[in-house]
Design a protein around this ligand. Sequence first.
Ligand code: NAD
Length: 435
Amino acid sequence: MKLGFIGTGYVGLVSGVGFGELGNDVVCVDIDEKKIELINKGVPPIFENGLEEMLKRLIASKKLVATTDTEMAVANSEILFICTGTPSRADGSIDLRYIQSAAENVGKALKNSDEFKTVVVKSTVVPGTTRDFVLPILEKHSGKKAGVDFGVAMNPEFLKEGVAIEDFQNPDRVVLGTEDPKSLKMLRELYSFVNCDILETDTATAEMIKYASNSFLAVKISFINEIANMCEKMGADVNLVAQGMGMDDRISPKFLRPGIGYGGSCFPKDVKALRAAAEAAGVTAKMLSASLEVNKAQPLRAVELLKKHMDPSGKTIAFLGMAFKPDTDDMRESRAIPLAKELMDLGAKIRGYDPIAKETAKMSMPEGTEFFENIDDLLNGADAAILVTEWNEFRELTPQFFLDHGVKYLVDGRRIYDKTEFNKSGVVTEVLGEA
Ligand code: NAD
């Protein structure tokens, strides 16, 4: 099929490349000329395992082209996916400005088209957005009628950064939210490659499935973090608690890993947006507020653990990792940021090393952060280290390695080190959630 992706970030690029590899003809659109230039050279502007090789192949075979011209994409596509960002406003509610501009551009281009094309919102948007916001914009700018001249649909994206290509190829579910039978037929055909359940709904339900899923996982993380804080005080082992809970197949062991909290481009923003939308609809989202509250306090637990052993004022604290999670360069809402701010407020100097999030960390970490290119340079001269992101290369570090670099204090914010072993070897180690 001929597909257009408006917005070529994580979702637009991964989906475009994924569908391109399946033999579809893909046009990727972005307003960022630099991104378009890179993509047309076969260089992904984001890091995602396996993406570069696939993109290079598609560019070479001309199965994928990138452009800043939405009209060209609309003219050459049967299905157009809107994949622009949906950031938070200052009050946490969803900011639809990029969705609006994308819909306006697509609408204007639809004016000149005689074919039935379907416009699919893939971005995460609050329930009702596709039907009550995007559809009227498309109708207004195209002068055409939805359901008759063009279709409208919502197809939420569930990919996880770091394993996004794998998630594209083997999704655990596909949700097709549609308002007209032609769009549903087209989307069924497009997704006929999947080997999983396909749930067909209206657009508002599809939108809510995405928010409810992300919010549930965010609540689950905050829940286990709260349990970890209790375990620390009550002498229970949170690893075994999580393991024991996870043996119940109604609970599952996933997302039961305590740490310094969730970050990334989705969970914090989506929980806040759903809470704001719920409040606007007259529903108080108490569970969502509780999750956000726990998550805000969680990075500060690492500071408390450090303060058990030192006054951070004037000390140099080394961050092992800064990305919001391993296998990505995404720094959006990374817990490294509030953690660094808190320590800086206490007078500490912050330095960091991340194997992949190098440039993004420079743009996101608080001013004054020092950046290093390897673990040796990071640790030499530091007074203490905090494990922020559980990259594999940090898992291999031994207590002796820290001692060899003169670091005697360590806070493990992601629970990858053996506290007893490290303490026995002379590194004073605190592990979040452990007494
Ligand atoms: P992103 O910020 O990485 O990419 C969005 C892109 O849209 C940017 O490159 C921007 O320049 C471009 N853009 C903005 N306005 C445009 C316009 N009018 N025309 C063309 N391009 C335009 O965002 P992302 O991480 O890919 O997320 C996109 C959406 O998907 C968001 O709603 C997000 O919540 C959702 N989502 C993200 C993930 C994820 O893991 N990143 C997973 C599932 C869903």
